[in-house]
Design a protein around this ligand. Structure first.
Ligand SMILES: NC(=O)c1ccc[n+]([C@@H]2O[C@H](COP(=O)([O-])OP(=O)(O)OC[C@H]3O[C@@H](n4cnc5c(N)ncnc54)[C@H](OP(=O)(O)O)[C@@H]3O)[C@@H](O)[C@H]2O)c1
Length: 368
């Protein structure tokens, strides 16, 4: 059953400006995923082992900061990355192919790869989010509609308590569902309470609706109140549709999250939104449950993957981030979660990117 039918002058506060990452932090944190590869973290190793390996490597590196606070422990992780780059040739290639975080129009940064949690229960979302954080992910996507915000929030809090990461280093997205459009402000507060992370990094309008302009105003009010850091939209597929919100926005639309994969590429929309400093984020990056088997069996994708000694899933995800998209593959399988972030030690050639681009047009796997 479809996701929707199942559920029936820019303002910046001083605190937000102070909350921005400077360029140096941005580049360092953007290497988080690559750092996890350099350490070769096993899928869902215990938090203690993971934190331990990070701090040990950090001790060997010329750390710029002490690891005495949660924020500092994230810096230690980055320092460990720098150290590992100089220690192993495989890590050098990791550094070469790392993809920088996206600098959003809000001034905040967002990783280009994260974990999706649609269809996961609260417990599955908790376990998968924690597993993802162990494996170096720093972006998690949830939604009011998924009914698992509690699980995502709980996993992030546990990871922070375990020293795996700092709250500020994890980027959490949620979405206002259509049945809450007429009580958007209240529903934002409810999401804040369910996630219990102090603030939400990114809140989206989950889909267009007759009153989505009023929902956008509620999102802007929540940014001004410090409840949300960035705001965006989802399931707006044409430039005109995108502009319906972007043109009335007082606080910028930082991204649009749409179905996007090799068989259905949001090319025109991407060109349009990038001209405004915004991004396309890919849902169903692997084709989703209706299309993943078909996409992963594609001959072109498999032959590209074989050249690099990678899986078809990894080749597809590498295409997403290399094409400038943000991808959030969903999984509750620890092996897949670990596999899906191992895409920063290789790059597709121009010819391979063109081969994937040529797969466009097969079509969508959903119809909303
Ligand atoms: N805004 C919206 O309207 C909207 C709509 C849909 C989705 N989303 C968001 O986008 C995220 C991504 O979409 P999605 O999760 O539906 O689809 P997806 O990421 O394209 O595909 C998920 C499917 O792929 C499988 N999979 C994941 N990694 C794999 C790998 N390495 N090898 C083989 N199979 C693999 C998963 O199974 P396993 O669990 O077994 O790994 C699952 O069946 C969602 O989780 C959600 O956060 C947003």
């Amino acid at each position: 059953m479809k996701e929707w039918t199942r559920a029936k002058s820019v303002f910046w506060g001083d605190d937000m400006i102070q909350g921005r990452l400077d360029r140096r932090q941005f580049v360092r944190l953007g290497a988080t995923a690559a750092a996890s590869m350099a350490f070769g973290l096993a899928a869902c190793s215990s938090a203690q082992e993971s934190a331990g390996s990070t701090s040990t490597a950090a001790e060997n590196a010329s750390s710029e900061t002490s690891a005495s606070s949660l924020t500092d422990s994230a810096s230690a992780s980055s320092s460990a990355f720098s150290s590992s780059v100089t220690q192993a040739s495989s890590s050098q290639s990791v550094a070469a192919y790392a993809v920088e975080d996206k600098l959003l129009a809000s001034g905040f940064t967002m990783p280009a790869l994260g974990l999706g949690t649609w269809t996961l229960s609260v417990d599955e979302a908790e376990a998968s989010t924690y597993c993802a954080l162990e494996n170096g992910y720093r972006l998690v996507d949830t939604a009011q509609y998924y009914g698992n915000e509690e699980g995502v929030g709980s996993a992030v809090r546990r990871a922070v308590a375990d020293g795996l990461c700092a709250r500020e280093d994890v980027f959490v997205t949620s979405k206002i569902m259509p049945s809450s459009f007429d009580r958007a402000a209240e529903s934002i507060d409810e999401s804040l309470a369910r996630l219990d992370l102090g603030y939400i990094d990114l809140m989206l309008i989950h889909q267009p609706g007759s009153n989505d302009e009023a929902v956008w105003r509620a999102l802007e009010d929540a940014v001004r109140a410090g409840k949300l850091r960035s705001i965006g939209i989802s399931n707006y597929y044409t430039p005109e549709h995108y502009d319906a919100i972007a043109s009335i926005a007082e606080i910028p639309v930082v991204l649009v999250q749409n179905e996007n994969h090799p068989y259905y590429q949001n090319n025109d929309l991407q060109v349009h939104v990038e001209s405004t400093g915004s991004f396309v984020e890919s849902w169903y990056p692997l084709g989703g449950r209706p299309g993943v088997a078909q996409l992963l069996a594609n001959e072109t994708l498999n032959s590209i993957a074989a050249v690099h000694g990678k899986t078809a899933a990894q080749a597809i995800l590498r295409w997403h981030v290399q094409a400038g998209y943000i991808a959030i593959p969903g999984s509750s399988n620890p092996s897949h979660i670990a596999e899906n972030i191992q895409i920063f030690d290789f790059a597709l050639s121009d010819d391979e990117m063109a081969q994937v681009a040529a797969l466009n047009g097969v079509g969508r796997f959903e119809n909303w």
